[in-house]
Design a protein around this ligand. Structure first.
Ligand code: T46
Length: 133
């Protein structure tokens, strides 16, 4: 499995850092939705689903967390620890987010609007979907 982690360009000066993200330039799709999670309870595992079509970039803009990616054949755990790192998560990829630091803010840039019908929330169903592709 190829893991795509973007290293965004910080525009640093003597005031600090700034990262700008433009669709089709820094982000490989049109950004139709942005959401973020914070105050994540210790020990919690979020995600545990895949998407049929949705593509996303996950950025831990504060604190840290880990992301498990599973394409149905291979699993990889990717730490997100810097606000200038973006993890690309393709469609048809099982994901779990865990090991959130208490101060973690995980921001997600998404290629589509929210659509519950795009979710595969059952792991066996996900494996069958991968096989059928
Ligand atoms: C994903 C991972 C990385 C909305 O109303 N609109 C939204 O855009 C989103 C993302 C969620 N919601 C509602 C649906 C649920 O009632 O917020 C609640 C929590 O969503 P969910 O349990 O799906 O959250 P996570 O953290 O398990 O997964 C989320 C995304 O849903 C998912 O697409 O890839 O983050």
């Amino acid at each position: 499995m190829q893991v795509v982690k973007y290293m965004f360009q910080p525009h640093g000066d003597d005031r600090g850092q700034l990262v700008a993200l433009e669709e089709f330039k820094d982000i490989p799709f049109q950004v139709k939705r942005v959401y973020y999670m914070y105050d994540t309870v210790e020990g919690v595992v979020r995600g545990k689903h895949a998407h049929k079509s949705l593509e996303q970039i996950l950025i831990c803009i504060h604190g840290s967390c880990k992301v498990l990616l599973d394409n149905g054949e291979e699993k990889k755990v990717i730490p997100l620890e810097k606000p200038y790192e973006g993890l690309y998560v393709s469609n048809v990829m099982w994901r779990e987010m865990f090991d959130f630091s208490p101060d973690a803010v995980l921001m997600v840039l998404a290629s589509e609007l929210y659509d519950e019908a795009d979710y595969i929330r059952d792991y066996d169903e996900f494996l069958a979907y991968v096989k059928g592709k």
